[in-house]
Design a protein around this ligand. Sequence first.
Ligand code: SF4
Length: 332
Amino acid sequence: MKFSESTNRKLLFRESNKKVSYSKKTLKEMPQLKIQCGKYGGLPFNYLMTDVVSGCLSVTRMCYGNCSAFEYWTDSGYDFGRRRVNILDLELFDESVRQLPADQKWLRQGWASDCSLSNESWELVALLAERLNQFGISLLIITKIWCYPSITVLKRLAKSKAEIRVSVSAFDSDKEIKKRLRLLEEYRDLCGISVMYIMSCIYDDNALNKNQDYLVHWTTNNDFIGAEHPLRLSFDNYALSVVSKNGFWHEKFPDQYWFGRILHNVPNFALPPPTCLTPSYSLNSRFFSELEHSSLKTYGNLPTFEDLKNNVKNHLIYSHATYNISKTQYDE
Ligand code: SF4
């Protein structure tokens, strides 16, 4: 089985991204945020930390043809592609950590960007992981590995017990997949916790379904721990032309099309997205075969494709936040 790249996919997203029209001239450079944690630090949940970078990919490159962080910042008058590394004031950061509930034992690094955008952002993440480790808190990083981190950074992250979830999908290019799978292996070899994070979907396209199968098999064959996040595509996304017509419009985001969870029968995909993790979450193994399954929580109420077909209503799935970055976090 092989992962295959199709130029048509790139064209699909290029078309989707092209339709986002705005005048760059009227948009401001992204603001620099002060890096803090939890609700005390202005985040909507205690398990969240400010991104190390403000902004991410430019409009012509944004993922899957729709990125809600891009939409949020563009609507707020900022140029998402003119990104900036955020500000670390250790006194402010430490105080926000001290204000976390005592049972919060992990923090997600960011929620509106990707920490892998430069060597500088990786260095900052390693520093934060080490700092949190001193408080007995581990970092959970979700990344598409735009820039590959140095071995030194990976070693520092592994030593600080940071979990790296590498976000992949059937739409990824061959080059991207090679880099992302390499990171999963390399980080685990360095004693880090590597998790395969598949953005899942049901496609109406053989090559894409085969790519997704390839990623699932790669995970199981190599004894990796996996997690699934159902992909959501906006109503005007050209990529809708290659997904199955049996999907559903999301209840909370009615302009977004999805399929719920489809990998629930694959044992390796045992981890839920961060929204469903308990404050005390921690992984006791780097290998799926050695995981103490009793310690794992389930996917909460994130519905399966069958649930959606059977119209099972489960409103906890909508507990994830809508972007709203507190103005107290940055100076204009
Ligand atoms: S990496 Fe994340 S934040 Fe950046 S463009 Fe892609 S979806 Fe948006």
